[in-house]
Design a protein around this ligand. Structure first.
Ligand SMILES: Cc1ncc(COP(=O)(O)O)c(C=O)c1O
Length: 459
């Protein structure tokens, strides 16, 4: 029998409570590598809950790497905790709304983006356009602050963000710990000048904008293997990672690897920069808790509205350990750096109205339908690099095939990125196929073009 107690009086779903308590048991050393958890049936009977509750909790823990399911044998703990950390707590679970139906749409600005199957164009539900307009009407009816405002950003927005990060990412924050930024890369730009001299390790393959920003700030980029356990950071002063959904390979960083990376960062006296760009778009299990929940003194957390709202809003948020937070604020005050007030004000309304939650739910629903369609089309020809999640999937292929498929898509009017453009020393090749920014019909047309070019490969 596991020493867990479920509380039926709170709004926190039972599977989330159970998963959180098992994580705590691992982190406290009560459960260690190789321990077998009770069967989901036995545990459900012990706790007086339905088997769906225990199964959902086990699926979540396995997706996060705390446990592994051995077919025909059971569910086993994968690791032993060696240093202290706080157990992450997350209370959301994937929920769905009715699929998008067409409505009167906002006129789109003339832009070639509509045919981009990239990783940066999210789905925008036309049913949410009235709420979007309402937010901007409210901005126009509100007087802006006189003079330069709080360098941390709009206080009411930080309050709303703190509540949301607690609820969706397990991050318990005071609003004053949040700095509103103009997006992930702006957060990185705010951080880099405050780190001691030295190189920054960036995942390879990894987020191109992060590597480029590090170079722009005159620092060397060290290649961090994207899907291996990192135990040594050498002389790097920071490690830039995407633990919830490795960009672009898709892997969820397993719990043991998170702890190993934190340990390596402690030894190197480096910080871990957690780019949490699209963690809400899991459709199999609840979002994996933020890595920052494991060590707030070591992790700089970067969030963005680019995926959940639109990239052109240019808004994000940064949570840094206390000393770095102070340094960042000092410089932002002197340099008048900060996110534009109208955007912050609009995001506040979108959060308060529940618009953002609806937008995430409907986009998640669309991605959950499209990801398997892409997988069905691509899997005869290429190997999926990670689990299906988010608004893109990455397919491993020899470069010549990937280029041929990319060119065929381009000839049909669709832009698809080569995996090799995200890779530095790793040399990985293939295609990164985004499915957020196109219609269902366009997606099918693009996939037909791609697979048409790949058919030659198997015959
Ligand atoms: C890995 C990753 N991080 C962050 C972002 C968002 O960056 P920003 O908030 O600067 O638009 C993206 C957007 O495509 C991304 O792919």
């Amino acid at each position: 029998m596991l020493p867990v107690t479920l509380d039926r009086t709170t709004t926190e779903p039972l599977p989330a409570q159970l998963a959180a308590q098992v994580r705590s048991l691992v982190l406290s050393g009560t459960l260690t590598a190789g321990d077998r958890l009770p069967s989901s049936r036995a545990l459900a009977a012990d706790l007086g809950v339905s088997r769906a509750v225990t199964e959902q909790a086990y699926d979540q823990l396995t997706a996060e790497g705390w446990t592994e399911a051995r077919p025909g044998s059971g569910t086993y703990v994968t690791m032993t905790r060696t240093t202290t950390a706080v157990a992450p707590r997350v209370t959301t679970r994937p929920t769905g709304v009715a699929p998008a139906r067409s409505a009167r749409s906002l006129p789109r600005s003339a832009s070639p983006r509509s045919s981009r199957l990239d990783t940066g164009t999210p789905f925008f539900d036309p049913r949410l356009e009235p709420g979007w307009r309402r937010a901007w009407r409210e901005v126009s009816a509100t007087a802006p602050p006189r003079g330069y405002d709080d360098p941390r950003g709009l206080p009411e927005l930080r309050e709303a963000l703190a509540a949301r990060l607690g609820r969706t990412r397990g991050l318990e924050l005071h609003p004053d710990e949040i700095v509103v930024t103009a997006g992930t890369t702006d957060g990185l730009r705010a951080l880099l000048p405050e780190l001691r001299p030295g190189p920054v390790a960036v995942e390879d393959p990894g987020y191109r904008a992060a590597a480029e920003t590090v170079l722009t700030y005159g620092r060397e980029v060290v290649d961090l293997p994207a899907v291996e356990t990192v135990r040594d950071l050498g002389d790097a002063v920071a490690a830039y990672v995407t633990p919830a959904h490795q960009h672009p390979l898709g892997r969820v960083m397993p719990a043991a690897d998170r702890l190993a990376l934190l340990e390596a960062a402690r030894r190197a006296d480096a910080v871990v920069i957690e780019d949490d760009y699209d963690s809400e778009f899991r459709y199999d299990v609840a979002p994996v808790p933020a890595m920052a929940t494991l060590d707030r003194e070591r992790v700089v957390y970067l969030g963005t509205a680019a995926k959940s709202v639109v990239p052109t809003l240019r808004l994000g948020w940064l949570v840094a350990p206390a000393e770095l937070h102070e340094l960042i604020l000092r410089r932002r005050t002197i340099t008048h750096a900060g996110a534009a007030w109208p955007s912050q004000r609009a995001l506040l309304t979108l959060l308060r109205d529940g618009w953002l939650d609806k937008a995430v739910r409907s986009a998640r629903r669309v991605y959950a339908e499209r990801a398997p369609r892409v997988a069905e089309a691509m899997s005869p020809y290429a190997t999926l690099a990670g689990p299906l999640a988010g608004m893109y999937s990455t397919w491993l292929l020899p470069e010549t095939d990937a280029v041929r498929a990319r060119d065929a898509a381009a000839a049909a009017g669709f832009e698809i990125n080569l995996l090799s453009t995200y890779a530095r020393s790793s040399g990985l090749t293939g295609l990164v196929i985004g499915f957020g920014g196109v219609s269902d019909v366009e997606l099918d047309q693009a996939l037909t073009a791609v697979t048409g070019a790949l058919v030659e490969r198997v015959v």
